[in-house]
Design a protein around this ligand. Structure first.
Ligand code: GRF
Length: 189
């Protein structure tokens, strides 16, 4: 199944998806890596893996979120992708795009949703005194980080954790969880 991966930065989850897609028994292949930021490091990673990349810079669309998303949608469609994986894509989507891809757009979020939606999840988990933290792959709906949960991975929060040390422990799990859940999701369809 052709998929598009949307990124905004480092792209380590995208890299995990790239590596998964290189395995012969994996049911997806990446038709496009798209970034809303021209300077996303992940773009280099994707280019090195010989993937098609595209930048659609949201800043060139001013306040018109939908105009930006129409371009994103067109690019994804043109690549032949039938599924979108958000991987550190730091844009809140409008209901327009969400509806177009409902049931066909996945996101990874660094917390055990419904706990700690939004940004700075690791800091929030530590401040809340959580003993457990982790990551969630979910379907994208218009509520930010609110869609149906497809899978989660858990890590302990240690007494001396900083947001950085905790983020690192969660990230390791993200990189296994996302390909695993994507595979299950596609095979179920
Ligand atoms: C990850 O923690 C992901 O869960 C969150 O943003 C971060 C992106 O990291 N949505 P990367 O770009 O995949 O390295």
């Amino acid at each position: 199944l052709p998929i598009a991966v949307l990124i905004s930065g480092r792209g380590s989850n995208m890299k995990a998806l790239i590596e998964a897609c290189e395995k012969p028994d994996f049911p997806a292949r990446i038709s496009l890596v798209l970034s809303n930021r021209p300077d996303a490091i992940g773009l280099d990673v994707a280019r090195n893996a010989q993937l098609t990349t595209q930048v659609i810079d949201h800043k060139t669309f001013g306040k018109d979120r939908e105009a930006h998303e129409r371009k994103v949608h067109e690019a994804v469609k043109a690549s032949g992708a039938e599924l979108i994986c958000l991987a550190g894509y730091m844009r809140v989507l409008t209901p327009w795009l969400v509806e177009k891809w409902y049931g066909k757009m996945l996101n990874i979020h660094p917390s055990l949703l419904p706990a700690f939606p939004g940004l700075h999840t690791h800091e929030a988990a530590i401040k809340a005194g959580a003993h457990e933290h982790g990551c969630t792959v979910h379907l994208v709906t218009s509520g930010v980080d609110e869609g149906p949960i497809l899978g989660q991975a858990r890590v302990p929060v240690l007494a001396d954790d900083t947001p950085e040390s905790l983020a690192g422990r969660v990230l390791v799990e993200e990189h296994t969880l996302y390909p695993k859940i994507l595979k299950e999701f596609i095979e179920r369809k």
